[in-house]
Design a protein. Structure first.
Length: 171
């Protein structure tokens, strides 16, 4: 977060050592002002989004998979996950501190890139090499022609800051 953070490790802070460093970064993002505020706060909100989506995925697996099957539950999950994303974005977009279209799209792009990286690390690397998912199973979520709806969810994620800002403005 600070200029020293990139060169000399974690930014200095007065938080007790026992407190995880990520909480220090959250505190720093809360106190930030200036041009990097949007990026820092976008990162904090993305962490909330990912936590919400992980919980969503666990609940989907426990409740929906037994009722509808794995693939259909993943399809339904794209829509319920999109609702979660739009809700979190609507509740937090004002805190990011931007209303300009380019900045809102930048926030969406940050969320999209981080989510794709997370998906690659988790689903591809962990799913393929630890759990043993096939490449066909991993690709199925992204193939619109075979019913995979993940690209729609990623588009919702990208545009959700703009949708949320418009929704907040009209409310």
């Amino acid at each position: 977060m600070t200029e020293a953070a990139g060169r000399n490790g974690p930014p200095p802070c007065d938080v007790p050592v026992a407190l995880p460093h990520c909480l220090c970064c959250v505190r720093e993002a809360l106190e930030m002002t200036g041009p990097r505020t949007i990026v820092a706060r976008s990162l904090v909100i993305w962490c909330v989004l990912i936590a919400a989506e992980i919980i969503h995925g666990i609940l989907r697996a426990l409740v929906l998979v037994p009722l509808t099957g794995e693939f259909r539950s993943r399809q339904i999950g794209v829509f319920t996950g999109s609702a979660i994303i739009l809700t979190v974005a609507s509740l937090t977009i004002h805190w990011v501190g931007t209303t300009r279209r380019t900045e809102l799209l930048t926030v969406g792009a940050i969320w999209l890139v981080l989510t794709v990286l997370f998906e690659v690390l988790f689903e591809v690397l962990f799913g393929r090499f630890v759990v043993g998912l096939t490449w066909e199973r991993i690709a199925a979520d992204y193939n619109l022609w075979k019913g995979g709806l993940m690209p729609i969810g990623l588009l919702v994620l990208f545009f959700s800051p703009m949708f949320a800002a418009r929704l907040r403005k009209s409310v």
